[in-house]
Design a protein. Sequence first.
Length: 364
Amino acid sequence: MPELPVQQTVCVPIAGGRCGFVKMRSGDILQLCPNIRMKRMKQISGTLLLLCLFSVLFSGCGSKESNPAGEGGSHSGGRLLGVSFQTMNNPFFVELSAGLKEIIESRGDRLVVLDGQFNSLKQKNDCSDLLMQGAAGIFLNPVNWEGITGTLVQARQQGIPVIVVDAPVRDDSLVLCQVSSDNIEAGRLAARALAEKVPEAKVVILHLSVNKACIDRVAGFQEEMAKHPGMTLLDIQEGKGTIEGARPVMRDLLARYPELNAVFPINDPSALGAISAIESAGKLGQVTVVTVDGSQEAIAAIRAGKLLSSSAQYPREIGRVSALKMYEHLEGGTVEKEVKIPVALVTRENVDSFDRAAAPEIHQ
């Protein structure tokens, strides 16, 4: 978008299809030309306000002075970096954000945390705002692993590096690096734990199929299931990855499949929603639940005997590693394309010794 000249006369529409003129300079109205009479002021006041807003935008495009981040996303308090999560209504992402902040703030920079609220359009708009501010780098946890492609192209064109955290994107050529848990292994561990406990399991899966991390978990689960011929997959339904989304779906599945005796929700929030539905149906102890995340809520459910296992992730470590990779790049280093953070199975047998804060050995 072109920058306005130092001074420019702009036509302002007024009543009756006529127009007056306003002289403007870099976002400021200098004066109203004499041919606009005072009696017309009320009619054009709203239009003038819009012109002021547009002129500020115009003066900001392509101008170093207008970029609040300055050269390379630099602020008076350090460089600006941003992260957009699919949701912040999940303890996993709160911990991941803390890991990012730990490293970024130790470098004297600042992190803007944005909540996508499981809304792909909102996430795109949030990321566009970060790009307009000239962020030095962006961390992205995509709502939709395919739908975010246009935003990644925009970031590439502007030379702003993007690191994907937790859940991959469809076109990894558009991002600097992807740092995530070994989600396929997380699914395998869940199926293995279930097969040991319920060899003849009749299973349903609560999915979040727009998320690549969840796609990988389900793939790993089904891969391991195939090794246990006594297990049967009854159905796969969308649980939305939330307590509220999973609860009614699980309630319907329990009514539809009387033989159902096991469920694999793809994360801890959907597992808690499933457990709530199982309790309401009076089937606690009759339906075995295995899941992925290892949150404190899941740990409590394991201790209470409501959850068999959770394939635990290390979100704080994902955040730390992602931030360190960003700085490696910003300082001129070469960054590997993918970093996998190991997962660990948590059950009633090891729940008291499990330490989520401990940094696992990282596979690159």
